[in-house]
Design a protein around this ligand. Structure first.
Ligand code: PLP
Length: 382
């Protein structure tokens, strides 16, 4: 029997429209008191001094690079196995994304390759917490210090990892800033959105400007107490603020994120045990890591990957590919001459990866069907 299993099903319900209706009843549709309350909630959740909402990971990260004055002539180190936007943000600002391969035992940025890639032009590293598993940021910071380069900024790409941890710490504990995505399919989602958290007052104050054109005061602050206040522009910014209309969807999701993590963990554990005796490879998770289990990637022989995707789609199962190696995408390969041989681990993983459906409302029947189809129709081809 064929059933349809979507790649992703979000948890928002028509009743959540009430939260948006409450914002519509106020004069402020853009960033106001609702977003400010969510920022306080985020700072409390992560135990940071500061948090700011953004309208995407990408725009938040652009604002962070602008706040750090990173641009022309600078280099930013990025893992080759990630989503394109981790690198695009540097490229857009005229900095060079210097790609490094990932470690085969984690699929996360290799600290050895990072060490090799540091030059006098390196200004930042963007470790990516791929699939929900955190990079050991404490270790990364120690390596940069040992190299005599504590000045290199660490910007965590936490798009996949809101609730994940490494050992006894979470995102932002040992970096300059951690940036999240609230895109439609993320563990915390409002359609499009994001946030940053940081302990640096200097970076926070600059980021609050670069997320809003570089203006010295936001819309609400400009009209406080009925009196218009002049604003200035001290640095160049972008437009990265999140409207209250979307921020209103976040508080309940943040408050219940840990409950949903246990559901994600149970789904991931079922997949893992179902595929253990097959030739299908599973993305490894280190013992010290508590993965946010954002998505569930498997790896099949690259020669049959696209055929396997076809079979799963014809069986009514939605899948995705997260991701193909970024430096070998046409744009970066053409511009910088990167080849597959420069990033063997990322390239090989990216040519065989398939992401299976995993979301908190997935039923046992849905997961059984995916498992049965993968075991019955894909595994024999591997
Ligand atoms: C690893 C990673 N970084 C960054 C992003 C960009 O997030 P956003 O769509 O919020 O800009 C994504 C989006 O899927 C991602 O997977």
């Amino acid at each position: 029997m064929t059933i349809t299993v979507p790649f992703y099903r979000h948890d928002l319900r028509p009743a959540d429209a009430e939260k948006i209706a409450k914002v519509l009843a106020t004069p402020i549709l853009t960033s106001g008191s609702v977003g400010k309350a969510v920022e306080a909630q985020l700072a409390a959740f992560f135990g940071t001094r500061y948090a700011g909402l953004t309208n995407s990971w990408t725009n938040g990260a652009l604002a962070a690079l602008l706040a750090m004055d990173i641009g022309q002539g600078d280099e930013v180190i990025v893992p080759a196995m990630t989503f394109i936007s981790s690198a695009n943000i540097a490229e857009i600002l005229g900095a060079k994304p210097v790609f490094v391969d990932v470690a085969p035992d984690t699929l996360l940025i290799s600290l050895d390759r990072m060490r090799d890639a540091v030059t006098e032009r390196t200004r930042a590293v963007i470790p990516v917490h791929l699939y929900g598993q955190m990079v050991d940021i404490r270790q990364m910071k120690a390596v940069l210090s040992e190299m005599g380069r504590p000045d290199i900024r660490i910007i965590e790409d936490s798009a996949h990892c809101f609730e994940g941890r490494f050992d006894d710490y979470g995102p932002s504990a040992h970096s300059d800033v951690a940036i999240f995505s609230f895109y439609a399919t993320k563990n915390v989602a409002c359609g499009e959105g994001g946030a940053f958290v940081t302990n640096s007052e200097d970076l926070y104050l600059k980021l609050m400007q670069t997320r809003l054109h570089g203006m010295s005061a936001g819309a609400v602050d400009r009209y406080q107490k009925g009196h218009y206040r002049h604003w200035d522009m001290e640095r160049l910014g972008t437009k990265a603020n999140l409207p209250d209309l979307l921020a209103a969807l976040l508080p309940d999701q943040i408050a219940t994120i840990r409950d949903r993590l246990s559901i994600r963990q149970a789904l991931a554990a079922r997949y893992e045990s179902a595929f253990r005796d097959t030739p299908i490879r599973i993305a490894p998770v280190r013992q010290e890591a508590l993965s946010a289990r954002h998505i569930f990637p498997i790896h099949v022989r690259p020669a049959i990957r696209d055929r396997a995707i076809g079979i799963l789609n014809e069986s009514g199962i939605g899948v995705a590919v997260n991701f193909r190696s970024v430096p070998t995408a046409t744009y970066y390969a053409r511009k910088y001459g990167y080849t597959a041989a420069d990033f063997p681990v990322s390239y090989e993983w990216g040519e065989g990866e398939i992401t299976l459906p995993l979301f908190p409302s997935m039923t046992r029947a849905e997961q059984d069907y995916v498992i049965e189809t993968v075991r019955g129709k894909v595994a024999p081809l591997c």
